[in-house]
Each structure stands twice: as structure tokens, then as C-alpha cells.
Design a protein around this ligand. Structure first.
Ligand code: AHR
Length: 519
């Protein structure tokens, strides 16, 4: 059997999309070229943990008295679940919280750490028991890269500069002596460094021009120490604020920043005042949600086009360090804690967004879903000693095969999924080839009613075997609850077969399928 070769790259795929209702048939051609593909940076599959609601406290960081497996107070059941999906990086301490966080309050003996008020998220008292050492211990247990957001809004250049010295300097200095007294001899060599967060809003309400100057001042003094080069990430645009990206690229430019961020949340109703329920929605609201989710592609295209003007070599990464669905909170929970359940709809959002990121991974090098545990589009929900994995978790499990694999560009025309006079593409796809030569294709069908038959011809490659996994459920509103944790879980996919040299897939309605093709 001939191996998938890098140079024999043209894989011609013909999609015959037939709606199961049997009414229409479309034949589409897809060509996939391995030579042109860049690597899908594993950091696209990153996560975010803020001092917000029950993400850190009661999520990652449990009370001493809680009877769960722990290292110090870090919940090991949560750690084990995240290790299984190969979490590449974790962003901390915020979010809005980052711009009122003073890192020195979170080091040293815990009983002596000053308390503070978390004014962004409910005015609760923060005891600072989870600080720098605890976060970096968590990352070490997770085997992932830390991504720290420094305080520009209410902090000083000196404070940020000292934090980096404390973290990354290997020599003798007053700060490294304090680090050693606090039990850490070696520097951590933190690489990913955010210079503020949402500096247009909760991070200081700055103009783009003012922030660009501030960025340069802060970034100048966040030093690269021997063997500890920082990848500095500028606080980027809110959704479609293209002026922000233009000014940052023009006034700061590729030499001074490794990445520029972008924040975009999917709001079901499109209205921040009344976002919509996480679990109770009809098909119209589902359609609107997916339409809003797909805006991510337009945002990436437009921000990337601006970045290309100033950086045709694509040195600056677009870092989508906050994304996901944001709904009304679960009834009866603290509105400031942003606790929401997670349904099959959320899984479709995650899978679609990750397909978009994969397909734009020439510019998008990092992303962080908001937020890992108990906040917004979570992977994990906890309740006392109990925990559950959400449908979104399983998408990251299915898609981990794309991490650091070579992107295979896909070209096809999707059938539409329509509601009233509006329509959106029903299907989205991304594909990659891993270091062992296996091809993976992730396919999403947003149409809640119609299966779609996909006939794929792979030319120039011979292959023998296709296997797959599928995530779907009876209803879009289905969730994993503490009473029924396995309602939405992946299963073996039997809807793909080889016919001649064609791959024929019956893609179920409202499903996510990941196929593995090898010889
Ligand atoms: O993720 C919740 C909040 O959303 C973050 O703190 C902030 O950066 C954004 O507005």
C-alpha cells in the first residue's frame, strides 16, 4: 500500500451532498494540497482560567476540607481530565481581573497574604491563596504552557517588570531571592505574556493610540532574560473594532509584539442585555446562535487583512484569547459568576470555531476558550466533590489530533441551512495530516434535521482504512448534568466507508464527526 506522501499532495475530493430527505443533490469538488499547508499550532487549543466565580476557587482550587484527590489544593480530577485532551496552554489570572491584580499579594505564606475585593466579578473578597506559585504548579501538573496577563490598567511598569524578573531571571537579585525564600529556586521561564487585557474596556478604557504607546512602555521593561524570551501579546480588538488592529499594527508593529489578541463571544440573541438561555432555546434561536458564531470567520479575515498590510510575513500571531458562547447564567446562581450549562449547541459552536481556527492557522497561532471550569463555555463543571465533562470538552478531545499537525486546506461549497429568509452554511470542515502520515478530517453538520451524504474522492493517494468518532445527541438542548453525566458523549462512527477509492460519509444532522484515514 502506497504511503501518504508529502509531495504527492493533491488530494481531490468530490463531495456529493445529498440531503437525506432525498430531494436535492449537490456535487462539489474539494482539493487538498499538503505542500501549501502550515502547521496548526497546538496553542489554538488553549484555555482560560480567571479569578471569576467558581473557576479558580471551587474549580481548580478546592477548599482544604474537600474530600477529592488534590495536590496541595489543586483538584487532580480536573487536572487529569484536562491532561487527556492535551491542554497546550492556560491563560491566567484574567480577563478583567488581570488589570486589578497585584502579583505580590499572591506570593509568600498564605496566611500573610493580603485580601482584596474582586470588583469586576461580584465584589467578593479574594484571599489570594491562589497566586503565582500555585498557578505555575497547576501548569506543571497539566504539562501546559502558562500564559500570564499582566496588569496595565491599575498596575505600574515597575510592577510588571518585577513580576517577569521574579518569574524568569536565573541570577541573583532581590526578587529572585524572594522567589527562593518562597520555595522556588529555578526560574519558571514563562513564555506567553499578555500586556494588559481589553485595554479598550475593563482594562483601562483607553483609545487604541494611547494603548499603543502604553504597550511600548510596558513591553520595553518586561525583559527577556537568558533562555527566557517572552512572547509578548498586545491587548487586541473587541470583535469588529478594526481601527484598534490598524493602530496597533501601525504604531507598535511586528518587531515589538509576538501576538495581537482578539476577543469575540457568541451571544445567542445578539443582545448583551438578554443573551438567551444556555439550555432552553428553540430552533430559531439556535439558528441565530450559529449565525453569530460564524461571524468569527469574517472577523479573522478582516483583522488578518489589516495585519497583512503591515506584516506580510505573518510574524505577528492573531491570538483569539477569549471566545465561546456567553448566555444568561443558570437560574438561581450569582449573576456575577457567569455559571452556565453546556449543551449540544455549545459543542457545535466549539467544533465550528476550531475548524475556522485550523483553516486560518497561518495567522491564528493561539486561542483560549472562555473559561475552563464553571464559567461561560466550560469544559468541566464541578459540584462539591463531583465533576462532569461537558459536550464542549468532548470536542476538544475529538479535535486534539489536529494539534501540531499539518493543515490540509479544504475547498468545497456547503449546502445551506436556512431559517426564514436567512441562510448559513450547513457544513464546515477542516483537515490535517499528522507526523505519522495519518489524515484527520473534522466535519460539522449544523443542520438539525437533515443528514448529509458526503462522497469524497481522494486522488493521488491510496488508502485502505477509515475510522471515526461522532458527537451528536437527540436534541440540541441536551446537556450532561450531575444526574446524567453521559447524555452527550462521543461514540464510534460507523457512517464512513470506502467505495472504490471514494470515501462515503453519512454525516448525521447536528453532529461532529472526526475521521482518521490511513493505509
Ligand atoms: O471572560 C469573561 C470576561 O470577558 C473577561 O474577564 C473579559 O476579558 C471579557 O470581557
Amino acid at each position: 500500500m502506497q504511503k501518504f506522501s508529502q509531495n504527492k499532495l493533491l488530494i481531490l475530493v468530490i463531495f456529493f451532498l445529498v440531503q437525506k430527505m432525498g430531494m436535492s443533490q449537490q456535487i462539489l469538488e474539494l482539493s487538498v494540497g499538503t505542500a501549501a499547508g502550515n502547521i496548526i499550532d497546538r496553542n489554538i487549543y488553549g484555555h482560560f482560567s480567571e479569578h471569576l466565580g467558581r473557576c479558580i476557587y471551587d474549580g481548580f482550587w478546592a477548599a482544604d476540607s474537600l474530600n477529592v484527590p488534590k495536590k496541595d489544593r489543586i483538584r487532580l480530577d480536573v487536572v487529569e481530565a484536562l491532561k487527556k485532551i492535551n491542554i497546550p496552554n492556560l491563560r491566567w489570572p484574567g480577563g478583567c481581573f488581570a488589570d486589578e491584580y497585584h502579583w505580590r499579594d499572591g506570593i509568600g505564606p498564605r496566611t500573610q497574604r493580603p485580601k482584596m475585593v474582586n470588583t469586576n466579578w461580584g465584589g467578593i473578597t479574594e484571599d489570594n491563596s491562589f497566586g503565582t506559585h500555585e498557578f505555575l504548579e497547576l501548569c506543571s501538573l497539566l504539562n501546559c504552557e502558562p500564559y500570564i496577563a499582566g496588569n496595565v490598567g491599575s498596575g505600574t511598569v515597575e510592577e510588571m517588570s518585577h513580576w517577569v524578573e521574579y518569574l524568569n531571571f536565573d541570577g541573583e537579585s532581590p526578587l529572585t531571592n524572594i522567589r527562593k525564600q518562597n520555595g522556588r529556586a529555578e526560574p519558571w521561564r514563562v513564555k506567553y505574556w499578555g500586556v494588559g487585557n481589553e485595554s479598550w474596556g475593563c482594562g483601562g478604557n483607553m483609545t487604541a493610540e494611547f494603548y499603543a504607546d502604553e504597550y511600548k512602555r510596558y513591553a520595553t521593561y518586561t525583559r527577556n532574560y537568558p533562555a527566557s524570551s517572552l512572547r509578548k501579546i498586545a491587548s487586541g480588538a473587541n470583535a469588529a473594532d478594526y481601527h484598534w488592529t490598524e493602530v496597533l499594527m501601525k504604531n507598535v508593529g511586528p518587531r515589538r509584539m509576538w501576538g495581537l489578541s482578539l476577543h469575540y463571544y457568541t451571544i445567542p440573541s445578539g443582545n448583551w442585555g438578554k443573551k438567551g438561555s444556555a439550555t432552553k432555546f428553540d430552533e430559531k434561536e439556535y439558528f441565530n446562535t450559529m449565525k453569530n458564531c460564524l461571524v468569527m470567520e469574517e472577523l479573522i479575515n478582516k483583522h488578518s487583512a489589516i495585519m497583512d498590510k503591515y506584516d506580510s510575513a505573518k510574524r505577528v500571531a492573531l491570538v483569539v484569547d477569549e471566545w465561546g458562547i456567553w448566555t444568561d447564567v443558570e437560574p438561581g446562581t450569582n449573576p456575577s459568576f457567569l455559571y452556565q450549562q453546556n449543551s449540544m449547541r455549545d459543542a457545535l459552536i466549539a467544533a465550528t470555531t476550531l475548524n475556522i481556527f485550523n483553516n486560518h492557522s497561518d495567522r491564528v497561532k493561539m486561542a483560549n476558550l472562555a473559561q475552563t471550569v464553571n464559567v461561560l463555555q466550560s469544559l468541566i463543571l464541578t459540584k462539591g466533590t463531583d465533576m462532569l465533562l461537558t459536550p464542549t470538552y468532548y470536542v476538544f478531545d475529538l479535535y486534539k489530533i489536529h494539534q501540531d499537525a499539518k493543515l490540509l486546506p479544504v475547498h468545497f461549497e456547503s449546502p445551506s441551512y436556512s431559517s426564514g429568509n436567512e441562510e448559513i452554511p450547513a457544513v464546515n470542515i477542516s483537515a490535517s495530516k499528522d507526523s505519522t502520515g495519518k489524515i484527520h478530517i473534522s466535519l460539522v453538520n449544523l443542520d438539525p434535521l437533515n443528514n448529509i451524504i458526503i462522497k469524497t474522492r481522494i486522488e493521488g493517494e491510496s488508502w485502505k482504512k477509515v475510522t471515526g468518532r461522532v458527537l451528536t445527541s437527540t436534541n440540541l438542548t441536551d446537556i450532561n448534568s450531575f444526574e446524567n453525566k453521559n447524555r452527550v458523549v462521543p461514540g464510534v462512527f460507523t457512517g464512513a466507508k470506502k467505495e472504490g477509492n471514494d470515501l462515503v460519509v453519512t454525516l448525521p444532522a447536528k453532529s461532529i464527526v472526526v475521521l482518521e484515514i490511513n493505509d
